[in-house]
Design a protein around this ligand. Structure first.
Ligand SMILES: *Cc1c(COP(=O)(O)O)cnc(C)c1O
Length: 395
């Protein structure tokens, strides 16, 4: 099987697996206990916290471990909203292309009386800093803009957006789940107040993530109970997962440049090959995109059939939309970059990383060309396009 769905999850690395085994064999104590096994677990937890902090240029005490990217996003946004509301600030700013962990949290808050401004993006998926600046108000409690998009790979001008939020005194959160371990991050240089990351997107285990919170930034506990994570997140720490995540992050960081160059070379080759398919269009920005992200729309086909046929040919891909299971709604991200519904349905996301090869890229390109041709041969929409009864959206 060729695995080309690394934006959905990644295979746990040997470094992460070893750290998890160590945690279970050696650091099984409760980090809150005063005895020796507890102390050993506490020291291991601290070492992991230092590693995660170092990876993003933060202080260890600014790292709060969570159950994953979704929890980190939820906690960051709900905290900032509640802290803001106490000061009469009930306005939140985010973008139209965020992950559902951000968008659905915002939806919930808008039902609770917050006003949410959704910033649109341009046709390559870029959020313009001046649009964020224009959306800021006296009562803005938080700006949340993702670091890089999980569907189309577009990388946002995070440092610039962070700088203008800082200038206006508005806390700035970024969902960096797709960026951590893949792109350089420095919370100080990039003016980030809160940042979410998740273990399983960089070859760590799933069910674990971290929320970075700058000292002084608004954070309230989300899970109530014990005093773990300095009272910010209750519950006995999931040490195997935390140590696994820290090991995976250190490993990714140590090889970031070469991994990124490798993935980018595969990405560019695949984009080049898939661009040869007639009436196909790349989604997202050509240069400002994640190293392994390839996302296309093919006119006249159904993304779901494409995925199933690729799977039959031994290729694991994605349509790029989170709701592939039975939902007829096309991706909100593809709609936000201006793809019409019928075109957004014909999407394909291939996300490559350090474990993929150029031979695999060739096989993926060949298989995709075959399957697209086959599906178009059966598609009434494609036939109508060819007869000139409809006009092509993608030239
Ligand atoms: C995967 C992902 C999440 C959710 O992370 P989990 O750890 O799976 O909860 C949030 N945001 C983005 C951009 C993601 O890609």
């Amino acid at each position: 099987m060729i695995y080309a769905d690394n934006a959905a999850t990644t295979k746990t690395s040997p470094a992460a697996r070893q750290a998890m085994l160590d945690a279970m064999e050696r650091f099984w104590g409760n980090p809150s206990s005063l005895h020796t096994p507890g102390q050993q677990a506490r020291e291991a937890l601290q070492t992991a916290r230092e590693a995660v902090a170092r990876a993003i240029g933060a202080q260890p005490r600014e790292i709060c471990f969570t159950s994953g990217g979704s929890e980190a996003d939820n906690q960051a946004i709900v905290s900032a909203a509640r802290v803001g509301a106490k000061k009469g600030k009930k306005h939140l700013v985010t973008t139209a292309i965020e992950h559902h962990a951000v968008l659905h949290t915002m939806d919930q808050l808008s039902k609770e009386g917050f006003e949410v401004t959704l910033i649109p993006v341009d046709e390559s998926g870029i959020v313009k800093a001046e649009d964020v600046a224009a959306a800021l108000r006296e009562d803005t409690a938080l700006v949340s803009v993702m670091f890089a998009n999980n569907e189309i790979g577009t990388i946002q001008p995070v440092a610039e957006i962070g700088a203008l939020c800082r200038e206006r005194g508005v806390p700035f959160h970024t969902d960096a789940v797709q960026a951590a371990g893949h792109l350089p991050i420095d919370v100080n240089a990039q003016n980030i107040d809160m940042l979410s990351l998740s273990g399983h997107k960089f070859h760590g285990p799933r069910g674990v993530g971290a929320l970075y919170v700058r000292r002084g930034a608004p954070l309230l506990p989300f899970i109530h109970g014990g005093a773990q994570e300095s009272g910010r997140r209750a519950g006995t720490e999931n040490l195997p997962a935390i140590l696994g995540m820290a090991a995976a992050l250190e490993d990714s960081l140590a090889h970031m440049e070469e991994n990124s160059a490798h993935a980018a070379a595969l990405r560019d080759a695949l984009i080049e090959k898939l661009s040869q398919i007639p009436h196909a269009a790349l989604n997202g920005h050509r240069e400002r995109r994640l190293p392994g992200n390839v996302s296309f729309c093919f006119e006249g086909i159904e993304g779901e059939s494409l995925l199933l046929l690729l799977d039959d040919k031994g290729i694991a891909a994605s349509s790029g939309s989170a709701c592939t299971s039975g939902s007829l709604d096309p991706s909100h991200v593809l709609l936000a970059i201006g793809r019409p519904h019928e075109v957004a349905h014909g999407s394909l996301r291939l996300t490559l990383d350090r474990s993929n090869t150029m031979e695999e890229v060739e096989a993926i390109a060949e298989a995709t060309k075959e399957v697209v041709t086959y599906l178009r041969g059966m598609s009434p929409v494609w036939k109508a396009l060819q007869r000139g009864e409809r006009s092509y959206v993608i030239q």
